[in-house]
Every structure is written in structure tokens, then in C-alpha cells.
Write a protein of this length. Structure first.
Length: 362
């Protein structure tokens, strides 16, 4: 079966499973975007910016870079604006062209894809599922001697788990000795509680750290493509020379300052998300479903009583109008789990109701 490579494709899945009910309303829990976004002010702001589409954007993106650098508390020459998180990933892989990478799975597919594109050889290691997707720190450190770059996703997609800052520091220290760089993709970091400090504070002490960020997920703007990367100024200068001219469109560039200023929206989202997650995780546990110890807006789900029936569960949910994310193309998961996004409360409650139905019928 040809499974879709990414989430957010309900019509393709309905065709795949021969579901021809065009009137069936679907709830898409396969795309892990902020269910509360975009911010209410964004529509009017985009209208105000309409005329910018008739002009080339500032090729240096000075105002958006300045606002992001101020937000992160770093010099502007340590930051590069990118066309979403995807361009940041591919630029990072470009920096290690023809080198050797280590990727910790299961994780976002684009790291391996970007490495393949730039002829970076990859070696795989795996999170320990038995301990809640803990990082195999010692195993990674043993492999750094022959590794140019380690790719980490923090919080990790698809598990929603977070590598401890102490472990990041240990890897960076070890990487100094082996001349290994650590690329940390923090596309979902905005969903974490404020108790997690930004890794940007580590940049002055660790020139072997590259941090990737995205504004797509928190603000629900995947169509605008806004991301950035933070690293040593020499790395940024090198990658800026590789970046395509006008990689970022005018609307995205003009919106960045307003987005990063809206801290109230982020605080409201994280507070709301915590309430939803408490209810969801407790209910699923009472129904004997495994959920990964996620700290963000998505999680892995598996029926603990019937762990081999995940594909049947996927189809059952789809037949009831709920689209989840399969995990057949996540190395180390191989379809054994579903990734589920947290949405608005009525949608979350509907999911729980259908899972109760599954439990009663199975």
C-alpha cells in the first residue's frame, strides 16, 4: 500500500481505503498545527500588506531578522531567515555535503531526505520506546568519532518527547572533542511550557550547535513558509551564500515582527493545550490506550490490549470521519502507532467517543 508521506491529506486517505462518502465530514488530526491559530489579527494584517506583493522584498530581510534576533537575544549575524523549517533543514544538510550524519529515529523524515539530497551518508540510532522514547545518549556519544553532524528533533516528531538540556550539553561537549556538530530542530518548541529555556542561550559557548526553528506550527501558517536557523556567524554567512535569492516572500517577511510580538497568543495556546492534554491523556489511559509522554500538541497512540491492530484502528477512525497520521514511514515505528494531533475541545471529545466505541466493539 502506498501510504502518504505526510499528514494533512484526508481526501487521499479516503480514496486509499475506498471511502466514497463525499458528505462525510472529516476531522483532520493528522496535521500537528495549532488548532487555535492563526491569530485573530492576521487576516486584517494580510489585507493591509496586500500591496507588498507588487514589490520585491528587502533581500536582507533586515526588519524580520532584527525582530527575531531581539526575541532570541542573539546578534543578527547569528540568525538566518528561511523559507519555513524545511529550507533550514536542507541548508543544514548542505553544510555537511558528502559528510557523515547520525539521525535519531523515529523522527521527522526530512532530515534523511535532506542528507540524501546532499550526499551525506546517514547512520541510524533509535529512541528507547520501552522507557518513553528516551535518548540513547551513551550509544550516540560512542558514534561521534566518525560523525560530522547529529540531527535531533526537540520536541521530537512524532513522539512529542523532549531531550533534556543536560543531554544536549553533554553531546555538545563531546562534539567539541570529535569535531561533531549538533543540529537541533525545534519546530515545535513554542508549544513547550515556559520552564524550558531556549537553546539559543547555548550558542556563545558551543560553536558546534545549529538550532532550527519554524513559525509555521504555532501560528498555523504553513502556506506562508517562515522559519529561521541560529548558529555561529561563520556558519550563517556560509549558508546565506548558498540560499536562493528572495527565498522568503514579502508577506512572510513583513509579518515576522508582528508574530513574535504576540506573546499573549503563545501563552494562551500553551495554557489551553495543557488543559486539553490532561483530559485526553487521562481518558485514554483509563481506556487502556498507550500515549507517548508528549509535552506538545501531538502524541503517539496505540491500543495496549491489541497492539497489533493499529492499522485496523486507523481504518476504524477513518470510517468514523477521523483522520490520524500513520507511522509506516517512521523508522522504528513501522506502523505500530498512530500520531494524533490535539485539536479544539469538541474534536478531541469526538475522538475519545469513537475510541470508546472501538473499545466496546473490539
Amino acid at each position: 500500500m502506498k501510504w502518504p508521506d505526510h499528514g494533512g491529506q484526508p481526501e487521499q486517505l479516503k480514496q486509499l481505503f475506498n471511502i466514497d462518502d463525499d458528505e462525510m465530514k472529516t476531522i483532520d488530526l493528522s496535521a500537528n498545527l495549532n488548532p487555535l491559530g492563526p491569530p485573530a489579527w492576521l487576516k486584517e494584517k494580510l489585507s493591509d500588506l496586500y500591496e507588498t506583493i507588487s514589490r520585491y522584498p528587502d533581500p536582507t530581510y533586515s526588519s524580520s531578522k532584527a525582530s527575531l534576533a531581539a526575541f532570541e537575544g542573539i546578534p543578527e549575524d547569528n540568525l538566518l531567515l528561511t523559507n519555513g523549517g524545511a529550507e533550514a533543514i536542507f541548508l543544514a544538510a548542505k553544510y555537511f555535503e558528502h559528510g557523515q550524519a547520525l539521525i535519531v529515529h523515529p523522527t521527522f523524515l526530512e532530515y534523511e531526505r535532506a542528507c540524501n539530497h546532499y550526499h551525506v551518508k546517514t547512520e541510524d540510532v533509535y529512541y528507547d520506546q520501552e522507557t518513553g522514547f528516551q535518548l540513547p545518549l551513551r550509544l550516540i556519544e560512542e558514534k561521534l568519532n566518525h560523525t560530522d553532524v547529529l540531527f535531533l528533533c526537540r520536541p521530537n516528531n512524532p513522539s512529542g518527547t523532549v531531550v533534556k538540556e543536560d543531554d544536549i550539553r553533554s553531546l555538545l561537549e563531546a562534539g567539541k572533542q570529535t569535531e561533531t556538530f549538533i543540529v537541533v530542530d525545534e519546530a515545535f518548541v513554542d508549544f513547550l511550557p515556559s520552564t524550558y529555556p531556549s537553546l539559543s542561550t547555548l550558542l556563545p559557548a558551543y560553536p558546534n550547535l545549529i538550532v532550527l526553528r519554524s513559525l509555521t506550527k504555532m501560528y498555523t501558517i504553513p502556506g506562508l513558509r517562515v522559519g529561521y536557523m541560529m548558529a555561529d556567524k561563520d556558519i550563517i554567512a556560509s549558508l546565506q551564500a548558498e540560499q536562493l535569492p528572495w527565498s522568503i516572500n514579502a508577506l512572510a517577511h513583513e509579518l515576522v515582527p508582528s508574530l513574535v510580538e504576540d506573546t499573549d497568543f503563545v501563552r494562551h495556546t500553551t495554557s489551553w493545550l495543557n488543559e486539553q492534554w490532561q483530559n485526553i491523556s487521562q481518558t485514554l489511559a483509563s481506556l487502556d490506550f498507550y500515549v507517548s509522554p508528549s509535552e506538545v500538541n501531538f502524541y503517539l497512540l496505540q491500543d495496549q490490549r491489541q497492539p497489533t491492530r493499529t492499522e485496523e484502528l486507523f481504518q476504524f477512525l477513518l470510517q468514523h470521519g477521523i483522520v490520524t497520521r500513520h507511522t509506516h514511514n517512521f523508522k522504528g515505528l513501522n506502523g505500530k502507532f498512530l500520531r494524533v494531533a490535539i485539536k479544539a475541545q469538541p474534536e478531541n471529545e469526538h475522538l475519545l467517543a469513537i475510541l470508546r466505541k472501538w473499545r466496546n466493539e473490539s
